[in-house]
Design a protein around this ligand. Sequence first.
Ligand SMILES: Nc1nc2c(ncn2[C@@H]2O[C@H](COP(=O)(O)OP(=O)(O)OP(=O)(O)O)[C@@H](O)[C@H]2O)c(=O)[nH]1
Ligand SMILES: [Mg+2]
Length: 185
Amino acid sequence: MRDGEEVKIVFTGPMGAGKTTAIAAISDAPPVSTDVFNADRQSADKDTTTAALDFGQIVLDDGLVVRLYGTPGQDRFDFMWRILGRGALGVVLLLDASRVTALTELDAYLDSFADQARSGCLVIGLGRTGSPGAIDAADVLRRLRVDRLALPVFSVDVRRREDVMLLMEALLSLIEVAPQQEEAH
Ligand SMILES: Nc1nc2c(ncn2[C@@H]2O[C@H](COP(=O)(O)OP(=O)(O)OP(=O)(O)O)[C@@H](O)[C@H]2O)c(=O)[nH]1
Ligand SMILES: [Mg+2]
């Protein structure tokens, strides 16, 4: 990739996994956020939830411009996943390891972003792995093997810039070696 080239990356995953937090952790300028009051405290106990998208951007040392899009986590906004996924070269899938539904959510998102998963342009960031009863990276890798997918899985804290950058850099390396994708529709 060269100076001034642009790449679109989508951060996705269920409500509360940390998409908005992750984009804010690495974006050069404060990201555009569309968070609204969260009335669904059962799905995620936090004050706000993303209604349309997050948008941030970073320019890497080699001049590559990385546009960062975050999807809304609530199922009622799932039409946005397809819209935001269009033209995305890679996907960062964030999961909350402490949720009992984490592996079911993994399956659902791999289905929705099947083009990127199959072409190997998807990385998984597993948050809150230290919580009691949480799944770990080995559990995710086992599930991926069933689907014959070889994708990297990292245990991360989305509030830490270094952790989110690790996900980004792993993903950009995968994009570089992947066969050129057809634009996802
Ligand atoms: N204590 C703790 N908090 C975390 C950890 N990881 C993420 N969080 C918090 O979890 C929350 C994640 O919220 P968001 O970033 O809004 O999540 P989101 O994925 O954008 O959620 P939606 O937009 O509702 O789909 C933030 O308040 C983070 O600070 C962690 O490892 N430990
Ligand atoms: Mg959000």
